[in-house]
Design a protein. Structure first.
Length: 468
């Protein structure tokens, strides 16, 4: 986009169109098709006149002409010779016939085509990603009873938070490299994913020690690293196929006891499939052409994305500590959340094209933000009530995460990271003290974060340059 259109409400194109409409002798609907009834104006000709037949045949192409010379060019392109013009149509030359046709056809001008939405969401992909975020939870339902009661949850949570933070930062860095080339993005993921899995595993094992819990921590960390690779490289369907064993086993728990072997084996089978799929996809990136002059970006721009991943994971853990089903609802809602991120961008571009003043665009941008957020929370509210979660807490947390993801999509990363991390630390500190107000700490902290994030979003996204 070359510049904000609200600076020029008129323009040469609109003036030309106005003159065309003013000079038109008749305002008629747009004529379409190759064979239309003869149009005769101002008493020229009859239905038996061959000129009328030619006018009817070429009406839809003559109507937008602004001068007989354009009609003359059209007749030349149709292959009409001077001899045919004199003998069949009774005119002395090409320009005489063109003038007659120009006078017989009313001036009409087609509406300019509506520009395509550059941010049209992929409905299936968004729905699939929401499902992929939630399906791994079935692995905990399968293997959870095999873990020792003491220390396992703490080790898994710590390793999971490190994986969330690492994979968020790695995903951002890989997307930046992906703009340079697939080869560069593959190299980034191939180096970063195993290192992140090893770091998360080491932290979890340090808390649990060797044993079954250590195996569960390693499995979780390796799966999250492999899934991150597949999601960044848009291999959602492959990841869904990998999760088929866990999905089948988790669903079977409703009416069948799979036994210890299947409870442990199905998650391990999905893990092996995820690691193999990620390795196969990364190997395929090696054949991509290298980008000439590609430079490696620094680590600092990816840091706020990692901090946001840590904050988001902490907030979700605090919300799910007393209401585990709330976490499932929240992860499933990430599909609609991503769909609404695309819709916001498309609606904002449409608002920018239709706005005529800066204030008008800011008002429309704020309305689009409010509308998308209300739609997301409206979809989430019935599910929160259905699972007997605290709806206010869940809705405020979802709002904070969605606005944060929206700001990150526009390159504003530090405010969401700082605000969500502050909310997580504050709520966690109050809950750990065991003080009576602790139950209200999470909704209060999330509510404050939502207010601050909304103010940042209205200010940052109310600038036309952010949508250019």
């Amino acid at each position: 986009m070359s510049g904000p259109i609200w600076l020029e409400p008129g323009g040469a194109e609109q003036d030309t169109l106005a003159r065309r409409l003013t000079d038109a002798p008749t305002r008629a609907p747009r004529v379409t098709g190759q064979h239309t009834p003869a149009l005769v104006v101002h008493g020229h000709g009859t239905r038996d006149d061959p000129v009328d037949g030619l006018a009817a045949e070429l009406a839809d192409r003559i109507a937008p002409a602004v001068h007989p010379y354009e009609v003359a060019a059209l007749l030349e392109s149709e292959g009409l010779t001077g001899e045919v013009i004199r003998e069949k149509y009774g005119h002395a030359d090409l320009f005489s016939l063109a003038t007659a046709l120009y006078q017989r056809i009313p001036r009409t001008f087609p509406e300019p085509p509506r520009p395509a939405d550059p941010w049209r969401p992929d409905h299936l992909r968004c729905a699939l990603r929401g499902l992929l975020f939630a399906l791994p939870g079935l692995a905990y339902a399968l293997a959870g009873r095999l873990l020792p009661p003491d220390g396992a949850v703490r080790a898994l949570v710590v390793a999971g938070l490190i994986s969330w933070a690492w994979n968020q930062a790695l995903g951002h860095r890989a997307y930046v490299r992906l703009a340079t080339g697939l080869l560069e993005a593959g190299r980034t993921l191939a180096k970063g994913a195993p290192l992140g899995a090893a770091t998360a595993t080491a932290a979890g094992v340090a808390l649990s020690g060797p044993g079954v819990t250590a195996l569960a921590v390693a499995t979780q960390s390796a799966y999250l690293a492999a899934a991150g690779v597949l999601l960044v490289l848009s291999r959602e369907r492959l990841l869904l196929a990998v999760l088929a064993p866990v999905a089948a086993g988790g669903t079977a728990l409703l009416w069948w006891e799979p036994g210890t072997v299947l409870r442990a084996g199905l998650p391990l089978l999905s893990l092996l499939g995820a690691v193999a799929a990620a390795g196969w996809v990364l190997r395929a990136t090696r054949t991509a052409p290298a980008a000439p002059g590609a430079t490696r970006p620094g680590l600092w721009p990816s840091l706020p994305y990692g901090l946001f991943g840590l904050a988001a994971g902490s907030l979700v853990f605090l919300a799910g500590r007393d209401h585990p089903w709330a976490v499932i609802v929240l992860t499933l809602s990430m599909g609609p959340a991503e769909w609404l991120l695309y819709r916001y961008r498309g609606l904002s571009v449409a608002a920018l094209r239709s706005a005529r003043t800066l204030a008008g665009f800011r008002a429309r941008s704020a309305a689009v933000l409010a509308g998308c957020l209300l739609v997301y929370l409206g979809l989430l509210a019935p599910a929160a009530l259905l699972v007997d979660a605290e709806p206010v807490t869940l809705l405020l947390l979802a709002a904070a995460l969605w606005i944060s993801l929206l700001l990150q999509a526009f390159g504003t990363a530090w405010p969401p990271a700082a605000l969500c991390l502050t909310a997580a630390v504050s709520a966690g500190a109050v809950m750990l003290t065991g003080a009576p107000p602790g139950a209200a700490a999470l909704p209060l902290c999330c509510g404050a974060a939502v207010l601050c994030l909304t103010a940042v979003a209205v200010r940052q996204l109310g600038r036309p340059a952010a949508h250019g």
